[in-house]
Design a protein around this ligand. Sequence first.
Ligand code: NAD
Length: 477
Amino acid sequence: MSADLQFTPLEEIQSVYARVNATFKAGTTRPLSYRRHQLLQLARMLQENITAWEDASLADLGKQRQETTVTELTPIIQGSINAAESLEEWATPEKPKVEAWRSSWNTTIYHVPKGIVLLISPWNYPVILTFLGLIGAIAAGCPTVLKPSECTPHVAALIAELIPRYLDPAAYAVVNGAVDETKTLLDLQWAHIFFTGSTRIGRIVATAAAKHVTPVTLELGGKSPVIIAPDYDLELAAKRVLYGKVQNVGQLCVSPDYVLVPRSVYKPFLEAIKKTYASFFPVDPLDPEAKWGKIVNEPNYKRVKGLIGETKGEIILGGKWDDNRLRIALTIVAGVKLDDPLMDEEIFGPILPIIEVDDVDAAIQTVSDRPYPLVVYTFTNSKEVEEKVATRTNSGTIVMNDTQMQLAVHEMPFGGHGESGYGGYMGKDSYDIFTHRRGYINVPQEMEPFYAYRYLPYSEESYKVMTQGAHVPIPES
Ligand code: NAD
């Protein structure tokens, strides 16, 4: 497979924009039957090309076929079908309860498409993180321009090849490229920008959007902690933490970033980690036969390798690499201090620092002293510990006794909070992101006799009648 990705010429971007804009204005994407067809076509586009998607992910990330289909394709196929089947219910206008004096106004909230959408995606899960947002945009009736990551060229090229074959090219377009192409896109006026990527670029996107007062969804990253409470089965905790850490070689936004372990169980937890590591890697992860993915590209490889060189902690497992194949073994670093270079930024690679703390309270304090992460993981069977973590920390999601499985729950919003972003999505929440709830009233002419007091000139009597509402009794608190 060739890794050459054709960038979209900058001068073509304006015509792509004009095309999707014209399609929106023509109302093409509004009928539910159109949206349903496009959603099911999206599902077909994934299902009929499973091997091609797997090949592309393998070429870009060394991602195992099973991981690609389970984590990237299946959720899109099922999510598209679910959206197609739910469309009618989601799009039903709302009839809010109103007070009696306004009951004749036919108060209604219509769900209207916001308009044209720009969707910018990252490289780590390049298929699902492009199409999860697209499901919401199609369902809401919004034409969309996709900007896949240039760091995963095989996937980006496949997206550009398949989208026009399966979806309406007048409404859904792909712009491939890097910084210049994205900047050109960001200069244009969109109805919504949906961005998944780093906090650093998220700030650039939000700043560009502010120029046009464009609403933005920012799905960002951060350091997601794991808290181990002494009451929990340490072997199970170790297994579940490493399960989350090995996904895509740690290049996952909700990867366990660091583990906080109370002193009383610190040593047994390290033993449990060693045992799990041995069972996960019967073959050395750097062995060409091992099913162990690669770091996406040279700059990220150097960054992750650099972190292993800089840490002052003790490397107890891994710490090896293969420069030719951009592989880094899962590396466990014990005895890490809070001022270690591993604790500066999101690791986003196969390194797991383990930090010894006094107790669970100290672990909670450490988490609450830092920016809000995407998720806080906690292992405990104690309701009291769970309650303390829930009330004293903050994050996009809170997950008890496992890692990563929140991604399987499409019935709750997935997203960040604070520096890890804003605007949760999945399922109906995705539809809501791209939908404007447009209020509607129709005030009947026959009601005119009841409105005499609202008109000028005001009088003592009109004052008395019109200001009654300010004097309602306030209930006891
Ligand atoms: P990134 O921010 O570097 O790039 C994301 C996109 O922005 C790419 O399409 C890229 O072309 C574009 N871009 C890069 N530089 C730009 C610039 N100067 N101006 C405008 N656009 C620019 O992110 P990444 O490295 O692709 O992905 C890794 C990050 O994404 C991690 O921080 C990870 O935590 C985060 N992430 C978050 C989620 C989530 O759902 N919250 C999911 C996956 C990844």
